[in-house]
Write a protein that binds this ligand. Sequence first.
Ligand SMILES: O=C(O)c1ccccc1NCC(=O)[C@H](O)[C@H](O)COP(=O)(O)O
Length: 261
Amino acid sequence: MNVLQRIREYKLDELAAARREEPEAGLLSQAHSAGAVRGFAAALTSSAQQPALIAEVKKASPSQGLIREHFDPGALALSYERAGAGALSVLTDGPSFAGTREHLVAARSATSLPVLRKDFLFDPYQVVQSRAWGADCVLVILAVVDDSLGKDLIGTALDLGLDVIVEVHDEDELSRAVALRAPIIGVNNRDLHTFHTTLATTERLAAQVPPDRLLVGESGIATPQDVSRMRDAGCTAILVGESLLRQDDVEAATRALLAST
Ligand SMILES: O=C(O)c1ccccc1NCC(=O)[C@H](O)[C@H](O)COP(=O)(O)O
């Protein structure tokens, strides 16, 4: 069984348990009373930094194991905001990323930045759950959902006023994202099977992203030169986690990454 099959299996189990604990009607009313959505796409386009930085709050990952021993989501979020990040991405998946709902809540309440819930979504229920938890944006990963489910996830998010990043890894997924009218397209530089990252993936696919969509370059970005490459490829934003999270002084590392950009 590969990593995506394993993730799908435990997510469906989690989903069944969540539905038993919190039926959809109750969750929907929480989602509608969760307070104002912070505009995620608007924060990317209006950021003083271009490309805008979506800074990630992630304790561990399947490719790296534990990334950060001393992990305080609120303090990390504040460091990122002070250093000029335009938005946050918070992992809420437990089994593979050691993430929780509490990480999202803590990061969002420590800052005024909009927050992406970064998780594997297989059901519109999880989109409603994301808004109930306070998320401003969700991720739809085309490597793990078909077009029909992708359309439902995107539609549910837009109905709730959320932004959506539709994530792709190759030409085929990119053409599906375009057909689904995804307003924000994230190109993930990490191969989900080998975990190898190369910025050449974003550079290759960028030319096929229509000009009316926002392009986000994701994963494997570690130096100001990498940031320049993503800008030159046409990215409105970059999503960066590990290279910042491994540093003792995250605020200084974030400033340094953005300094010459
Ligand atoms: O990070 C992983 O190992 C991983 C494995 C399988 C699916 C997704 C994975 N990561 C999610 C992400 O896309 C990254 O957390 C995000 O783009 C930031 O990447 P990085 O700057 O390389 O931490």
